[in-house]
Each structure stands twice: as structure tokens, then as C-alpha cells.
Design a protein around this ligand. Sequence first.
Ligand code: PEP
Ligand code: MG
Length: 291
Amino acid sequence: RMKDAFANRHLEAKTSTGRVVEVAANIGGPDDLESVIENGADGIGLFRTEFLFMDRASAPTEDEQYEAYRQVAEGMQGKRVVIRTLDAGADKKVSYLEFDDEENPFLGVRGLRYTLRFPELFQTQLKAVLRAAAHGKISLMFPMVTNVADVEAAIQAVEDAKTALSAEGKSFGEVELGAMIEVPAAALITDLLAEKLDFVSVGTNDLIQYTTASDRMNPNVTEWYEPTHPGLWRLLEQVAAGALQHGAWVGMCGELAGTLEFVPKLVELGFEELSMSPKRIGLVKTAIREL
Ligand code: PEP
Ligand code: MG
């Protein structure tokens, strides 16, 4: 297995019937690029930008973020880079950002809910991403989307950022827009979300948590945090079908995407992109090539 994975990592993940699946990498910043390229990633399916915000005293400036995003876009040499906007809140607290004391932070203001509440923080990031998009193929993705209004608000925020950049005379590029599907209600309306978007990508770490009502951080409930729960798979089926119905591409960037036993079923359901920790890529490509 390991030998095949090593040999296959730079090859296309193509099934015997000719389906090609993009096998991409999850990263936390430009420092991960070396491992991404060494492991044969077809692209970046999840850039967790919160890492740029952690372990420092204040938020990175627009220029600092632009540098990081541009470096990744250029390093990937035309391959797609999916940049997720700041996913703060719940388990990801950033010391200098303001959070209310919430009784259930996983059900509180996190992800897109947070950045919509702090437009200045959001605009700074969106402008940095749009500027970096002039140097590579960047897609912009929003975490913790729950309803159509979230998507509309996010799209409006991107429009505002473009308007601001134009007014400042700064050049920028076009980006694809997508939503993470990690809330069951969003999974059930993927068709309605996909109508307004270019792609969706399933965050199974959170989707399993919210579907099974089992905190992903709580060791007392791992028994219920079940990746094989049929309820989860009914949702995944709807997500794939809902996206394809509107011509949006559908991917997955949670842990499940890199778990070999689930790969055949995901390909069968129509998932076109699977994104994972770089060292899993060769193994998953091998599994897909054997289908
Ligand atoms: C997920 O929820 O599956 C995901 C990819 O995002 P994160 O693990 O960063 O919450
Ligand atoms: Mg998540």
C-alpha cells in the first residue's frame, strides 16, 4: 500500500471508468506548501486562515494576509487554492478578538456568523484574498453557512471589497465563491445554496458533530460521533445531488475525505474533490485508481 501510494502520488486519481477526482490538501499557511507539493496535491481544498490570526497580539494586516495568500497561490502554479475565510469561535478562539460569553459556543457566533458581525475584520481579509487572486487560481469559501441569507450577505461583502479595492486603485482577480456544508440545515438546502455559488465543500468534522449532537472535542461522546451513521450519509447524498443540480462542483475537506474506507462511496455519490492532510494524498489517489 505505502509503496503504491508513494508511486501514485503525482498521478491523476482516475477510476477505471474515467472519472477523475481532484485530490487536494488541507493547509494552515505558506509553510505547508513544501509538503503539499512533495505529496502530489492536485490543489489546495482548504486553507484554514485562522492559523494566520493565532499566536500573535493583533490581527494580520491586509498586506500581511495578501503576502501569505499570494505566496500560496503562486506556489501552486495555477492549481486551485480554496481559501476559507476566518473560522473563529467555538474551539478556535483568537486571543485579541472579542467573543461574548456564550453557554454553547459551538452553537453560537462562529465562522461566517462572526465575520459578518465584524465587517472591518472581514473586509480586510476579503480584500487581501481578492488582491492575491491576481496571482493564481483562488476560490473563496465561507465556513458555518446556515441559510441562504448567509450566502447573500457573504456575496455582498465580496462585492463591497471589490468596490473598495477599485476606489483605492488596487488590482485584484476574480474568485470562485463557495460555502462549507457543515450544518445539517445547510446540507438539506444545498440546492438552494448552490444556485448562488460556484461550489460547496463538506466539513465532515462539524457536520458529524451537528448531525449526531456529539461535541467533536468531548471524549465522553465519541461513541455517538459516528462517521458511518446513515443519517450523515443521507445528508451527503443530498449535498452531492443538490450541488450537481445547479452545476456547482462538490468537494469534501473534513477528515472523512481522507479515510480510505469511505472513498469509494464518496466517489460514487459524485464528490469531485477530496481534500485532506497532505500525507494521505498518495493513499487516496491509489484507492481511487483501483475503483
Ligand atoms: C470540518 O468541520 O470538517 C472542517 C474541515 O473544518 P474545521 O475542522 O476547521 O472546523
Ligand atoms: Mg468546520
